[in-house]
Design a binder for this molecule. Sequence first.
Ligand code: SAH
Length: 501
Amino acid sequence: MIREEKNIGTVFLVGGGPGDPELITVKGLTTLREADCIVYDRLSSPELLLEARSDCELIYVGKENHNHTMNQEEINRLLVRKAGEHEKIVRFKGGDIYVFGRGGEEALALEKEGIPFEVIPGISSCIAGLAYAGIPITHRGISSGFHVVTAHNQRDELADIDFTAMARGTDTCVFLMGLGKVREIAMRLMEAGMSPETPAAVISKATTSKQRTVTAELVQIADEVERAKLSSPALIVVGNVVTLREKLNCFEKQFVSKKRYLVSKIGKKTSDLAVYLRKQGKIVDEIQVGEIVSFPFSVTKEQIEKVDWLVFTSRNGVKAFFDTFLREGLDVRCLARCQIASIGEQTSKALRTYGIYPDLQPQEFHSDALIEKLKEQVKLEQILWYLKARNADSHLAQELKGSCQVVEIPIYENQAVTSVLPLKERIKEYDGIFFTCASSVEWLFSTVGKDVWQSWNENGICYSIGLKTTECLKGFGASHIVQAEQASYESLARCVSNKVL
Ligand code: SAH
């Protein structure tokens, strides 16, 4: 009998690290970027999902404390099913996959069904979270080991923990999932004989910009945590290593008090704007708001040889044009007699990558300046192709109509993408947001909604690349706008310390 061979994919159990998105391993990130399907929980660093391929199937199986979206059995079955549909499936979790992550159960379920799987460990919050709070989990002469335990059991009661063993030695004690049980934990440790003066710390949202740490003697830690209104996820640390924090707390000192910025970008690639800002030492997150889709238009050598001017107003237009050009098998020499106009430095830079140095670029990078310059040079009988975005207005074409033969050619479109960052909740973390086009303003407004926008807008600063974006921001009632002097990323990056309009 011939058995039909069924292609079965491999499931990669990947730990995403404790919160700082840069704390994923190189192997984890590579696998995430290649995945056909990602099955993920509520993550400490959701921005890592931005690394997924645009055609990757993303499935949320969030397990919040009391609100299980999908139970473990269902998740196991889902992984098995997806292995039948895709080649590379990533099961993605925060921290390390096997540290209270139920990764072992999932691996066993896969093994039972004969599904190939691999494990890519992650950096666990139980070690990295302490480190970012300036607490080494062990330290020669202070603590030669550690206990890491979960504070609650399946019935949501305090877990069956050997407090006596903990109280007896000098090992560091770390409790996960225990914020609601700090008082009970402290009491049980003291009842077991631990000194009430033992240093303790609770670290909330460790390794993220919202990290906060409270320290106190064991006897007072619960009161201090209540007073500080810390929120989960949080780690409880008890032991003498906590005292080292006084000298080693570099992360909170350097990072947490700094301002944070959000850069809206089109496409997946790291935006040059974010690169410039990071070079200035700014803390920047990026959010993809759109994707450029090229429209193939048909063009022949004979047609293009009749064109006198090609006008590009963005680097996306340049890319879309040359995509078509090359696909049609055209040789770049058929542009030999054609003059090329570019709106600004970014567009010219894109043209140079195709070996073309534009004949015309205005001093100021905006469309009115480009129109002025073109009017000086074009002749009435000349044919000018304006290679534009589909949703761009016809201002340039209208203005040039009396001066030459203008043909408008929509060659690309900026299509909005759905955000994988829960921006509605996270926008308040940002002191400023950078907008490089009007459509990203519209995107942000429709993604977070009017109320969230208005409350952010009270203090948040909008950084705008130019006039059109500023007008759009004003239309949405933005209160604090800073506009770049030049419509370039360098200029926009420089304007962080400039005055609000
Ligand atoms: N696999 C994860 C732990 C999952 S259990 C790991 O290796 O880190 C979830 C618990 O982990 C939370 O209740 C909290 O105690 C801890 N935790 C995870 N991320 C955290 C963070 N960024 N800050 C503080 N605690 C965190």
